[in-house]
Design a protein around this ligand. Sequence first.
Ligand code: GN1
Ligand code: MG
Length: 369
Amino acid sequence: MISSPSSLVKVKNIAEKFRFPSQVTQIREYGQGNINHTYLVTLDDEKAFILQRINTQVFQQPELVMANMGILSEHIEQKLQEQPLTHNSRWECPSIVLTQDGADYHICDAGNFWRVISFISNSQCFETITNAEQASEVGYGLGRFHSLVSDLPISKLADTLEGFHITPNYLQDYQRVLAETTITSSLESNYCQEFIKDRADWVDILENAKGQGILQLRTIHGDPKINNIMFDCDRQKAIAMIDLDTVKPGLVHYDIGDCLRSGCNLLGEETKQWQEVSFDIELAKAILEGYFEIAQGFLTTNDYQYIYDAIALIAFELGLRFFTDYLAGNVYFKVNYPEHNLMRALVQFQLTASIESQEKLLRQIIACY
Ligand code: GN1
Ligand code: MG
């Protein structure tokens, strides 16, 4: 979506409410987010910042998102000072830029919620992974993040998005929406319905383990898809995790699953060639290797038992969320055309099927750690 010049002028007026260290020279739309509206703000000294309009339909208490972000960055900064890193040496956490009034967000006249965070300097992200070295860095990045927050008590964080990654709830939503939808059936839609029906008995797997105390809640990122892992432009090492809106109590399994479902799909989640989608086992191996190298310090034996299921489940869950949104008339994820969410669902279901077909191999790889 391209902003019109007049809407960019409005965004510039919003930017003026924040305390940037020098003059703003350029503002443009930025990134591929499905929920918030994101702009890159460049200053006259070429420093960059991210200005975002938070989707308050999704994040209904955005001030809690900002409070979590503040707690998280303070924790990470303190931890890095106490125990400086030896591997990669550079790790950063985006920081909040305050408004002229000293607040961490601004509500504009139209009632929208805006915030500014720093852009990690000299960094870049990728939509797809191109080699095993990069994959291993992605795994390292998630592992480093989890390790840095492993002693951040979950009681300090608000639940900013209730039900997020609770797969059985998404199944219930789907069943309700399916019963009410006015979308006419199609071959693809019928395929999705069958795909979901065949897996309905398995959607509770992580929640049951959580309920039985086998898996425990920890601080998680919530959305560690690979374009949320920043690489140093020169050294090509993972140096930050961005998009911290969904940092909250959860299972690390959600994060591991999300990282692999996005990292091992070489065609990316926006492809229209859904039948060609597959899960690249070599990349999975490299991501897991990078991850476990760090994470074995805090993972328990029980945690390992559920990693295969998490990988398949989070791909399936995202497919279910996209398909439900398609049936509901595209009310949650931004879309470019009416069948966009259907196409995205087909991609995730194809990926799930590919993960399932490689279950034995994946379990063997996980068992090595
Ligand atoms: C959404 O907006 P974005 O791209 O950061 C979604 C994630 C999905 C992702 C799929 C809060 O994230 O859960 O995995 O789309 N975020 C929320 O691309 O629902
Ligand atoms: Mg996100």
